[in-house]
Design a protein around this ligand. Sequence first.
Ligand SMILES: Nc1nc2c(ncn2[C@@H]2O[C@H](COP(=O)(O)OP(=O)(O)OP(=O)(O)O)[C@@H](O)[C@H]2O)c(=O)[nH]1
Ligand SMILES: [Mg+2]
Length: 443
Amino acid sequence: MTICALSSAPGSSGVAVIRISGPETKNLIKKLIKKELPRPRMATLLKLYNINTSSLIDEAIVLWFPGPNSYTGEDMAELHVHGSRAIITCLQNTILDTQKCRLAEPGEFTKLAFINGKINLLKAEAIGDLIAAETQIQIDQAQSIIKGKSFLKFENIREKLIKILATLEAKIDFPEEDIPENVTKNIKKDLEKIEEDIKKILNDNKVGEKIRTGFKVAIVGPPNSGKSSLMNYFSKRDVSIVSEIAGTTRDVLETHLNFDGYPVIISDTAGIRESKDIIEKEGIKLAFKKAEEADLRIVIIEPKNVEFFGFLNDLYDKSSILLVNKTDLYDFKVPEQLKKYNPFLISILKETNIDKVISEIKYILKKSLYTSTDVFITRERHRIDLNNCILSLQDFKNKNLNEEFDKATEDLRIAVRNLGKVVGKVDVEEILSSIFNDFCIGK
Ligand SMILES: Nc1nc2c(ncn2[C@@H]2O[C@H](COP(=O)(O)OP(=O)(O)OP(=O)(O)O)[C@@H](O)[C@H]2O)c(=O)[nH]1
Ligand SMILES: [Mg+2]
């Protein structure tokens, strides 16, 4: 089937790009330009006409990519038209009216690229990440995966497993013979090394995922302590309502920030206190949930609620920082009970010591998102497959090869399959749709 879609962002723009991919591309382009096709891969200025009425739609740059040398691997074309909604709609309609082409589904161009062997699954996902990237570090990570280092590492491990499997399968021809002890020993040793390699990849503090989704920061504290004021200060706009009434914020408000190139998602939460109000209670529950899920908790109190210990103890751990706000109102000295938390004494109103808080957050970000590896796990999906691979290797290890040969080799096969799933080297139809649905149309 031939598909088409607007591949640039919707709305008016200087230039809009419509992509077509599939066997009918050639005919459709010919009908649109009413001439022979331009030279492959040569940007050519051509007039595009309505297929039925021959009225002029626009003058456009037409790029013709005969398959397999195209993004999808099929015949493909790109039409760079003036980006008005009217032109885009008119062009799409005339193409779709031929009934030879349908609108692409989300991520379908990239899905085709994967199915046609142009890219592996990790690369396909990284292209999605690149499109969604908001900060430099997210671009760097996606580009590194696109370059293929993660893929090579996984493939390297998988090939080692396949080699071991092949050694064992060779034994099927001689079922009456036991496997020599030195062979079993070597296999065990090799598998141990493989398991160690995978565990090392998994033991990454989830850096890849944090970079992809954003580092989560939750601002929590008692009512009226200045949580929303801090949120607004960080985001340089009025995200949350600030008022002197305790209990102003009841829901969780989130904003995406770029902190020195690091992607951060900050949540402002409801002030935590004993409350009988059902809605406020719900908000407080959400605040605790956000605090729990966060990579960093900013606990903010004011001098008059330093005795707030029960709550502090619950929320404060090594990935927290404590701020005492409104120090402009009081001559505040850190009391003995608070010293161990090394609080920052700040005033959001007077902007006192906020620079120190920002430096500390940047320091934590750099520390948390630092990685020395080239192999990034960017999704829970990868983690699950790798963990399942380890489990199968352990199942294999726990069996006596000579007594349970068939079951043991099956464990190894499952391990290979799980590793293959990460890069898309197995029948992955069921995971494909979930991956490519995250894309938008035209990608
Ligand atoms: N004097 C002084 N007032 C501040 C400071 N920071 C915030 N305030 C004031 O404190 C009040 C409460 O601020 P918010 O930011 O709404 O506090 P909150 O923690 O979000 O409160 P809830 O949403 O009710 O939990 C507002 O009137 C702010 O203007 C500060 O540094 N000094
Ligand atoms: Mg608030």
